[in-house]
Write a protein that binds this ligand. Structure first.
Ligand code: QAP
Ligand code: CO
Length: 171
């Protein structure tokens, strides 16, 4: 089932998400719905809060060299904690909850992540490049933070102006 995605400035996006405690059928169905939703909207990452569910779960489907997304490469990341970081990098980010706007954001270049999969099993992951960037973007959602909050004052103003204009034109 494709779920509705909430968009900025929806207040729910500012909520801090709660730890997942039950790795049951209900969670699995929800993760499947998140996947369907992300693919339907042409996303590479989605946090549960973006479909109004304030739990510490996110999914990532990073495209390969050809630009194809394969279900075998789907990551379902629950209760993640970053244990080490290295370097810094700039990448032009977007977000399904901030449609139509893209801007450079500074992130760690690589990181070590510990999380649980859909069965509650502990996983350790070394992430680099786009995967590392996407993890940081999605983990911000768990804290109620959007990438636009990481822009400089001037770029944030540019965003507010462009976004409001786009919202008006949609009506
Ligand atoms: C987060 O973002 C991300 O504005 C995932 O009209 C972004 O999937 C991680 C999207 C950049 C790493 C780098 C955005 C689709 C998708 C839009 C997305 C839009 C349609 C964003
Ligand atoms: Co996002």
């Amino acid at each position: 089932m494709v779920l509705p995605i909430i968009t900025y400035p929806h207040k729910t996006l500012k909520m801090r998400s709660k730890a997942v405690k039950q790795f049951d059928h209900e969670l699995h169905t929800f993760l499947d719905d998140m996947y369907e939703t992300m693919m339907a909207k042409n996303g590479i990452g989605l946090a549960a809060i973006q479909v109004s569910h304030p739990i510490r779960a996110l999914i990532l489907s990073i495209p390969n060299e050809k630009g194809d997304q394969h279900k075998e490469n789907l990551l379902e990341i629950i209760n993640p904690v970053i244990h080490a970081t290295k370097g810094s990098t700039l990448y032009q980010e977007g977000c399904l909850s901030v449609p139509g706007f893209y801007e450079d954001v500074e992130r760690f270049e690589s990181l070590t992540l510990r999380y649980q999969n859909r069965y509650g099993h502990e996983v350790t992951l070394e992430a680099h490049e786009l995967l590392a960037i996407a993890i940081q973007h999605e983990m911000d959602h768990l804290e109620g933070k959007l990438f636009i909050e990481r822009l400089s004052y001037n770029r944030r103003k540019k965003f507010e102006k462009e976004y409001k204009k786009a919202l008006k034109e949609k009506k």
